[in-house]
Design a protein around this ligand. Sequence first.
Ligand code: THU
Length: 132
Amino acid sequence: MKQKLISAAREVAKNAYCKYSNYHVGAALLADDGTIWLGCNVENSSFGATNCAERTALFSAIAAGKRKFSAIAVVGGTDAEPASPCGICRQVLSEFCSSEMPVYFAGLEGDTIHTTTLGELLPLAFSGANLE
Ligand code: THU
């Protein structure tokens, strides 16, 4: 599954709308029912309005009614300097995904695949104010 998710992420990275950075990122998110949700980065002339690949994939899955996820693959950069999820994406993923969820990341090309977990990427995640 790891290799399948990385391959899917590499394919969707080709669709990245990244005219400002020319930095293609792709994400493939595995839902617990076995479906795979894809996302790429979508940049904007107002740079802060850019959406990362991981959030594109997650939001697409959420809009389709998915709520539980078992892994995500993210690709970007090179084999030597691969993209790993940014801080905002780590936080957004933590809303829906467990800290044990595997996160695979790799360059757009190459054989190296790094494996970590969401909890390793975002220790002591904020999970909400106590509103009771
Ligand atoms: N980017 C992602 O899509 N995911 C990340 O986790 C890191 C950064 C995108 C945003 C922007 O379009 C480009 O990479 C360069 O920062």
